[in-house]
Write a protein that binds this ligand. Structure first.
Ligand SMILES: [Ca+2]
Ligand SMILES: [Ca+2]
Length: 276
């Protein structure tokens, strides 16, 4: 039993809320619950057995290890583990059925605490009418102080690649758009992607479309052909327009450059044994 629990912990995927669904037949999230375990900075389990993906932020991953991942987990655990929390939810769940919610404990909002400490960046899943002024202000303070993630190389540019799905579901040649990256605007203002491009490990590169990414929002960047979804109040879906898969399933690296040719962010993808 203990072994099984350890196995489950070790193999639990980092929550990237890629598919946000409102499950009409899923039970409504509780308003109050006790946090029984903290997986990483933005993922916890409740005594109701519900899992929660923290709203409004993204923390560094533990697996694969990213800088400040352990510190983010540590801060989250110190604030909410074994505590009675209030869930700030609008009923949305992610594709894994996990509740998307903020957590409030003793008048403190965990998302704000993580951002203030430089252990998370703001991550908005639209549509979300919440007033995020305090979160953005906290992010700018942490950035100016070069606190936590803001002291590291991967957080110096305007964009941050938060997930890299190099291996599409099934045969990548039949599912070119199943290859995608999710990229967040971590700058202090809306960002126009005009003139930006993305390159693979061998230096092949593709221009990004001329689209404005709202502050704190993300865009999904698919390899294949499609019509860009550019409504700023919904999830941005952008297409590189390739007829073939772009990202190698075994090992690759995505690097985004700005209009002056400066690296904005770069993220490696590697699996020990490449999947077909
Ligand atoms: Ca691939
Ligand atoms: Ca595949």
């Amino acid at each position: 039993m203990i072994l099984l629990a350890l196995w489950a912990l070790a193999t639990e995927p980092h929550i990237d809320p890629d598919v946000v669904v409102r499950l009409s037949d899923a039970p409504a999230p509780p308003e109050f619950a006790t946090v029984t375990s903290v997986y990483d900075g933005d993922t916890v389990t409740l005594d109701t057995r519900d899992k929660v993906r923290l709203r409004w932020v993204n923390t560094p991953e533990l697996k694969p290890a990213e800088q400040y991942g352990p510190e983010a987990r540590e801060l989250a655990a110190s604030l909410v583990l074994q505590k009675r929390v209030r869930l700030l939810s609008d009923g949305k769940r992610d594709g894994y059925g996990r509740i998307l919610a903020g957590l409030e404990v003793e008048g403190k909002n965990l998302s704000v605490a993580l951002v203030e400490a430089g252990l998370a960046h703001v991550f908005v899943i639209p549509p979300d009418p919440t007033d995020l002024t305090a979160l953005f202000a906290a992010q700018e303070k942490a950035r100016k102080a070069r606190r936590g993630i803001w002291s590291t190389e991967r957080f110096q540019g305007a964009l941050h690649i938060t997930s890299f799905h190099a291996n599409a579901d099934g045969d990548d040649r039949q599912n070119v758009n199943g290859e995608y990256l999710r990229v967040a605007n971590i700058s202090a203002a809306p960002l126009n992607l005009a003139g930006y491009h993305i390159a693979d490990i061998s230096g092949r590169n593709w221009p990004l479309p001329e689209v404005i990414v709202p502050l704190g929002n993300t865009f999904k960047l698919h390899s294949g052909r499609g019509v860009d979804a550019v409504d700023p109040t919904a999830q941005l879906e952008l297409y590189l327009g390739s007829g073939d898969p772009i990202w190698n399933n075994g090992e690759d690296r995505a690097t985004i450059y700005d209009r002056y040719g400066r690296v904005v962010d770069s993220r490696a993808h590697h699996v020990d044994r490449p999947n077909p």
